[in-house]
Design a protein around this ligand. Structure first.
Ligand code: AMP
Length: 364
């Protein structure tokens, strides 16, 4: 059985690594000749919307999936005429446009920050007269890791924020005074079985995810499951999905969802019975989904812009190193490490050591 993946970055690489024990083969389509998953399967080198390459991918793969949400929905639709493609194109269309996404949340009764459409500087000033400060201006599409967005603290920030989005179609949304950020990851299979991972609590640094901690038996678990279930059903979704949420008191507010495996779920490789990567494959191949139960206490730390010394990482109790085979560049995720421990004390101890290494490696 051959799985085609659009994109050959670290997410595709981890999907492939999870797929080999299941007897799967992989073919990647990615413009970059040195993309980090290329060595794990066949590589079609070229543009994501090159019709000849897409036709070849569809011809050679039994099922196609993707590792990033900016795949043009038309590409997914084109592929779907020739082979199975999961998650569905509709999930891409919604996730690619913050305006469409936020309205979708509201239709499904999922709370989301107050927001308004901004197509001009006048729209922005008008929206801010009712929304109130602080707020965040975000481009409707192509934003990730905090790119294409800026915080508005007062009217004095409006012009600079508008210049930053370069007049692109945007939304402005109320700033949520959250006590923490969490995400829930779920998998839904072709035949409709659904499973949920324990919540992940996420800490960001400079807009990029730094630490994701597994929160087994969290009080907010059920609410998060309810919200992501609504998305899975409404989209007739197949595969792994992540929903990012803000917590304010005892309530969750949706920020955005990702129609793919997610960085906040990397701890599942060692910290769960079945990783998000394996469950994504099981879901799209309509195999039984694996248990998502937590194994010990687990957290993941991202290395951004600089690589750790493997010896230092592996000297930490319960540390599991994942190098992506990417050369370091400022702001680029080049590795992650999971810490898994049987008790709270050794967990805390190892996590502190790991965070120290990550701070040292930052953009080094
Ligand atoms: P995003 O690209 O929408 O995921 O935003 C990146 C990060 O910016 C989030 O993880 C939050 O830390 C922060 N952020 C985004 N939107 C809001 C908001 N409405 N209120 C408060 N913080 C936000």
């Amino acid at each position: 059985m051959k799985v085609g993946i659009l994109g050959a970055g670290q997410l595709a690489r981890m999907i492939a690594l999870a797929g080999y024990p299941l007897g799967l083969d992989f073919i990647f389509l990615d413009p970059s000749v040195d993309a980090c998953a290329n060595t794990l399967g066949e590589h079609l080198s070229g543009d994501y919307n090159d019709p000849a390459l897409l036709a070849e991918l569809a011809e050679r793969a039994d099922v196609v999936t993707y590792e990033f949400e900016n795949v043009p929905a038309d590409v997914a639709k084109f592929l779907a005429e020739h082979t199975k493609v999961y998650p569905p194109a509709k999930a891409l269309e919604v996730a690619q446009d913050r305006w469409v996404e936020k309205n979708f949340f509201l239709e499904l009764g999922i709370p989301t920050p107050k927001f308004a459409l901004v197509d001009s500087f006048e729209d922005l000033t008008r929206a801010m007269s009712t929304l109130g400060y602080p707020a965040i201006l975000k481009t409707r599409s192509q934003g990730y890791d905090g790119k294409g967005q800026s915080v508005l603290k007062s009217a004095a920030d409006l012009q600079a924020a508008w210049d930053l989005v370069q007049g692109l179609p945007s939304i402005v949304e109320g700033f949520v005074p959250f006590s923490r950020e969490v995400s829930i990851i779920a998998a839904r299979s072709v035949s409709g079985s659904v499973t949920f991972y324990p919540l992940s609590e996420n800490l960001h640094k400079g807009g990029i995810l730094r630490v994701a901690e597994c929160c087994a038996n969290d009080l907010m678990q059920k609410q998060a499951e309810d919200y992501i279930s609504r998305l899975l059903q409404a989209l007739d979704y197949v595969g792994v999905m992540a929903l990012e949420l803000f917590q304010v008191d005892g309530e969750l507010i949706a920020n955005e969802f990702a129609p793919r495996v997610h960085n906040s779920g990397h701890w599942t490789i060692e910290g769960s019975e079945t990783s998000q990567f394996e469950n994504h494959l099981r879901a799209i191949l309509d195999l039984p989904l694996g248990s998502t139960a937590a194994v010990g206490k687990a957290a993941m730390v991202n290395f951004i812009g600089g690589l750790p010394d493997s010896k230092d990482v592996l000297a930490i109790d319960g540390a599991h190193l994942h190098l992506y085979g990417k050369s370091p560049r400022k702001g680029r995720k080049v590795a992650h490490v999971t810490v898994r421990a049987a008790n709270a004390e050794s967990y805390q101890n190892s996590l502190e050591k790991l965070e120290h290494l990550a701070n040292q490696a930052d953009d080094s």
